[in-house]
Design a protein around this ligand. Structure first.
Ligand code: GCU
Length: 831
C-alpha cells in the first residue's frame, strides 16, 4: 500500500518511477541554469529540475551556471531564456518563433536537454513540461515548441481580509487573516508553484467584493511580501479594489472618478503599491454590481470609472484595469415579462467599446447569468472590438456541488470556448476572440475564480484539483482534449495504473452531464437556492419571485424564459444574426438550452421525443442513478493508491450519491406538484422501500413540516422534542427476510453535532455524527432543507421480517437529530 498523502503537492508529487521504467532514462549529470538571480524563474526551474530528478529517478544532478564549459557535453540539462542561451554562445537558429511565455524543449542525440524560454517564465514552464512528462514515464521530446493561446492566464481569489473566502470550500485563506496579510507565506509560494506548472501567470489575491483596508500601509507592505513569494514562480499579483475607498479610507467626501482629489488619491495609492510590487499586473474592479458602489453611483459612465484606474496605472507602471462586466440590477421586477438580467451586460457595455483607455480589459463571465450548470456564451463577447476581453470561469464549484460533488469542468468550458459566435458572418469561436486573433487585441485571455484554502487538499477535495490543473491547460491551449488532460492529471496525481486511469477518467468525464441531469436540465440553470446565498442544494422555488433575475418562470402550465425578440425579452437578438436565428425559434434551439430561450408547456415535445416534464423526471433518475455507481467504481482503487486519499474521495462520492437523491426527489416532487403531470414510469412520489420517520413509533421525537416541502420525503421529518434528551424512532420491518442496504436520510445542519445510532433486531448497525460541515469544509445551512438533507447507507444488513428497526438520535445545540426517512433496499434498488 503506498504511503498516505495529504494532497499538498497536487499533481507535482513526482512519485518515483519503478526501477525498470527509471532505467530507460539517462543519468543526468548536471543542470546548467542560465541565470542565478534568486528571484528569477530560471533559477527556480533549475532547482525544480534537481528536485524532480531526485524524486522521480533518484538521480542527483549538479547545478551550475556556465554554459561555455559544458557545450556538447552529454547528459546535461540546460535551462534558460533563448536570449541568454544565444548570448552564451548557444545556437538558436533552428528554434521556431516563440510567443511571450512560450518555450522550446529538445533532446539531442547525446541525451542532453535544452529547455529554452522566450522569457524566464517560459524556461520554467519548459522545465515543468519536462518533469511532468518524466513523472509519467514519458521521454523528453525532440524539438518541441509550445506557445500560449493568450497572454493573460490568471486566477481570481475571492479571499477576504478576515481570512474567510467567498465561495471557498477548503478552509480559511492562505493569504489573509485578521484583516492583514499572513506572516507565513509558505502556502502562497507552494500555490505559485502549482500555478506555474500549468502556466498560470497572474493572480488577483483578494475578493472582488473588496475592502479599503487592503490598502492600509501595513497591507501594502504585505502585498509586497506576497509578490516576493510568488515572483520566483513567474506569478505576478494584482488586487481587487473597493470603488469607494477614497471615501471610506481617506475620508474624502466623494469617490467620483472625475473628482481631482479622488484622482490624486488613486495616484498616490498606485505609486505606493508599485513601490512594494514593481511588477503589479493591475486592478480588478467590481463596481455597480450587487450593491457595490461604482461610477454610476456618481453619475459617471462605466468607462469613466475604469479609466480613473487606467490612468493611474499608466503613470506608474504597465498594469491593466480589469473591469468586470457583471453589472446588473438585482431589484428586477419579475412580473414584467420583458425584464431580463441576462440582457444587462450588453445593455451596459455595448456603447462603451470605444471609450475605454487602452489598458482597460473587460472581464466577462462565460454566461450572462452566473456560472450556471449550462448557459449560452455571453453575447457581450460580440459587442467588443476595440476593448479587449477576458473570460471568467470558475474552478471553485459554486453552483456545481461546491467540491462535495465531483464535477470535471472542461466539457462545460468547451461548450463555451468552441462556440462560434459568427461575428460579421465570419468564423468566431470564443477561443479565437480570447486569443486576441480575431480583433488583434494585444492583451486578452482567461481568469478563473479558484479560492484555494489552507486545507492540504487546496480545494477541499482531491478530485476537484483536476479543474485547477485543467484550467491552466485550457488557458494555454483551449483546444486541449479533455480526456488527455484528465489522464495526464490522473497519472501525475494518483498513478499510471490502468485501473486508476480508467476509473477516474470515467467518473470525471461523466460527472458534469450527470450533475446537470440531477440539478437543472434543458438550460433551466442550477435549481439551487439563490436567495439564501449558499447556492448549493435544491430549492427550485427560490429561483423565482425575487429581484435577482435568475428566473425560470415556472407555473402550473409551463416553464422557461422567453428570451426571443419576437415575443420575449429580446436577449436572443444580442447575438449576431446567424446565431440569433437559431435561438429565436424553438425548432432550431438545441434541447439543452430550450428553457433558457423559450417558455413552453410541460407537455412540449423535445427533439428527443420526450415531453419537457418527462425529460425532467427521467434525467433526474438517470443522473442520480449514475452517481450511485461512482463510489463502487472508485472502490476498485483500493490498494492502488494511498489509503488517505482513497478514503477521502470515497467518503465524498458516497455523500454525493446520497445528495443526488435529495436533488432528484426535490426537483421531481416540486414539478409534479406544480403541474400535476405524473411520471409515466410511476417513480416520482412512489417509494415502496421507504419508511417515513413520521410514520414510526416516536419517543422523544416529534413530527415537523419541512420547508420547502420538497426537501423532505412526504414533506415531513422528525426532530427531538427537547435539545438535551435523545429521541427514539422505531418500527417493525415489513419486508421479507434477507440482505438489504439500509439508508437513513437525515439533516445535517449548522448549530450542533447530533449523534445517531441505528439498530436492527437489537443489533447496532452503525453510529454517526451530524458533522458534515467539518468534514466537507463548508457550511450548508442552519435549517432542515435541501442543503442539509443527506444520507448515510449501511450495506448488506441481514434483516428478518418483523425485526425492530430503531434509530436513536441525540440532539446537540439547535441540531435536533432530524430524520426524514429510512430506506430498506434490496440489492440493486436505488431509492
Ligand atoms: C456571484 C457569487 C457572489 C460573487 C458574485 C461576483 O453572485 O454568488 O459570491 O460575489 O457572483 O461574481 O461578483
Amino acid at each position: 500500500m503506498p504511503p498516505d498523502e495529504s494532497g499538498i503537492d497536487g499533481w507535482l508529487r513526482y512519485a518515483p518511477l519503478s526501477p525498470e521504467m527509471a532505467s530507460n532514462f539517462t543519468q543526468y549529470t548536471s543542470i546548467i541554469a542560465l541565470g542565478n538571480d534568486e528571484t528569477s524563474p530560471v533559477l527556480t526551474a533549475a532547482k525544480e529540475l534537481q528536485d524532480g530528478l531526485n524524486k522521480i529517478l533518484k538521480q542527483r544532478a549538479n547545478l551550475s551556471y556556465d554554459l561555455a564549459t559544458s557545450t556538447d557535453v552529454a547528459d546535461v540539462i540546460v535551462v534558460g531564456t533563448i536570449h541568454n542561451f544565444s548570448h552564451a554562445g548557444g545556437d538558436v537558429g533552428h528554434i521556431p518563433p516563440l510567443k511571450e511565455d512560450g518555450f522550446w524543449l529538445d533532446r539531442s542525440q547525446n541525451n542532453s536537454v535544452q529547455i529554452l524560454g522566450q522569457n524566464d517564465r517560459g524556461a520554467l514552464y519548459g522545465a515543468f513540461e519536462f518533469l511532468m512528462l518524466l513523472a509519467q514515464g514519458k521521454p523528453c521530446p525532440f524539438g518541441y515548441v509550445s506557445n500560449p493561446s493568450a497572454p493573460i492566464r490568471w486566477i481570481n481569489q475571492w479571499d477576504n481580509l478576515d481570512g474567510s473566502i467567498e465561495r471557498g470550500y477548503a478552509g480559511p485563506s492562505i493569504f489573509f487573516e485578521n484583516m492583514a496579510i499572513q506572516d507565513d507565506l509558505t502556502r502562497v509560494s507552494q500555490y505559485a508553484r502549482l500555478m506555474a506548472s500549468v502556466r498560470l501567470n497572474g493572480i488577483i489575491v483578494n475578493n472582488v467584493n473588496s475592502h479599503h483596508d487592503l490598502l492600509s500601509p501595513r497591507n501594502l507592505a504585505g502585498l509586497g511580501r506576497v509578490a516576493d513569494a510568488m515572483r520566483p514562480w513567474g506569478v505576478h499579483i494584482g488586487v481587487a479594489l473597493f470603488f469607494d475607498t477614497p471615501k471610506s479610507l481617506a475620508g474624502l467626501s466623494t469617490s467620483d472618478p472625475l473628482d481631482p482629489d479622488v484622482i490624486a488619491f488613486w495616484d498616490r495609492i498606485t505609486a505606493q503599491l508599485y513601490q512594494h510590487v514593481p511588477d503589479l499586473i493591475g486592478y480588478l474592479i467590481k463596481a455597480n454590481s450587487e450593491g457595490q458602489p461604482g461610477p454610476l453611483t456618481y453619475g459617471r459612465t462605466l468607462a469613466e470609472g475604469a479609466n480613473l484606474f487606467a490612468d493611474a496605472l499608466k503613470r506608474y507602471g504597465d498594469g491593466v484595469v480589469v473591469y468586470r462586466a457583471f453589472v446588473y440590477n438585482h431589484h428586477l421586477d419579475e412580473s414584467d415579462w420583458k425584464n431580463d438580467r441576462a440582457n444587462a451586460a450588453v445593455e451596459y457595455f455595448e456603447d462603451m467599446d470605444t471609450q475605454f483607455a487602452d489598458n482597460v480589459l473587460i472581464q466577462i463571465k462565460y454566461g450572462p447569468i452566473d456560472f450556471q450548470v449550462r448557459e449560452p456564451v455571453s453575447p457581450l463577447f460580440c459587442h467588443l472590438r476595440k476593448t479587449s476581453a477576458i473570460i471568467e470561469f470558475q474552478v471553485t464549484q459554486e453552483y456545481l456541488g461546491q467540491q462535495s460533488h465531483v464535477c470535471y469542468l472542461p466539457p462545460l468550458w468547451r461548450t463555451i470556448l468552441d462556440f462560434d459566435l459568427r461575428i460579421d458572418g465570419k468564423p468566431s469561436p470564443v477561443r479565437e476572440l480570447l486569443s486576441g486573433e480575431r480583433f488583434k487585441w494585444k492583451r486578452s485571455g482567461y481568469a478563473a475564480v479558484v479560492n484555494v484554502g489552507s486545507d492540504s487538499t487546496w480545494l477541499g477535495s482531491h478530485l476537484a484539483m483536476s479543474n485547477l490543473y485543467a484550467y491552466g491547460r485550457y488557458a494555454w491551449n483551449p483546444r486541449s482534449d479533455e480526456v488527455a488532460v484528465i489522464q495526464d492529471w490522473i497519472r501525475l496525481t494518483f498513478s499510471s495504473h490502468p485501473t486508476v486511469v480508467n476509473v477516474v477518467t470515467g467518473i470525471s468525464m461523466e460527472s458534469w452531464p450527470t450533475y446537470e441531469n440531477y440539478s437543472g436540465n434543458l438550460g433551466i440553470q442550477t435549481l439551487c437556492d439563490i436567495v439564501k446565498t449558499c447556492h448549493y442544494g435544491p430549492s427550485p422555488a427560490a429561483m423565482d419571485n425575487n429581484g435577482w433575475g435568475q428566473w425560470t418562470r415556472a407555473d402550473a402550465h409551463g416553464i422557461g424564459m422567453d428570451r426571443t425578440v419576437a415575443t420575449g425579452t429580446g436577449y436572443s437578438g444580442q447575438y449576431p444574426r446567424e446565431v440569433s436565428q437559431i435561438f429565436e425559434k424553438i425548432e432550431s434551439t438545441p434541447d439543452n438550452l430550450l428553457l433558457w430561450f423559450h417558455h413552453v408547456p410541460y407537455t412540449h415535445h423535445l427533439k428527443s421525443g420526450k415531453t419537457v416534464i418527462q425529460h425532467f423526471y427521467d434525467a433526474h433518475y438517470e443522473g442520480a442513478a449514475n452517481v450511485q455507481t461512482f463510489a463502487p467504481r472508485w472502490e476498485a482503487l483500493s490498494g492502488l493508491i494511498d489509503d488517505a486519499r482513497f478514503k477521502h474521495v470515497l467518503f465524498r462520492l458516497k455523500y454525493q450519491a446520497g445528495h443526488s437523491l435529495v436533488w432528484r426527489d426535490s426537483i421531481n416532487q416540486f414539478y409534479l406538484a406544480k403541474c400535476g403531470i405524473a411520471d409515466k414510469h410511476g417513480r416520482v412520489g412512489h417509494h415502496p422501500w421507504r419508511i417515513e420517520a413520521e410514520a414510526m413509533d416516536l419517543t422523544g421525537y416529534t413530527v415537523v413540516p419541512i420547508a420547502p416541502f420538497e426537501a423532505a420525503s412526504g414533506s415531513k421529518a422528525i426532530i427531538t422534542t427537547t435539545s438535551d434528551k435523545p429521541g427514539i424512532a422505531k418500527c417493525n420491518l415489513p419486508f421479507d427476510s434477507g440482505v438489504y442496504n439500509i439508508a437513513v436520510n437525515y439533516y445535517d445542519h449548522l448549530g450542533g453535532t447530533a449523534q445517531y445510532k441505528l439498530f436492527v433486531g437489537g443489533r447496532l448497525i452503525g453510529e454517526w455524527a451530524g458533522d458534515l460541515s467539518k468534514v466537507l469544509l463548508h457550511d450548508f445551512s442552519d435549517l432542515r432543507d435541501g442543503h442539509s438533507a443527506t444520507r448515510i447507507t449501511f450495506d448488506s444488513v441481514q434483516v428478518k421480517k418483523g425485526d425492530i428497526l430503531e434509530v436513536v438520535g441525540t440532539p446537540d445545540g439547535t441540531e435536533l437529530a432530524p430524520i426524514d426517512y429510512i430506506s430498506v433496499l434490496p440489492r440493486g434498488v436505488i431509492d
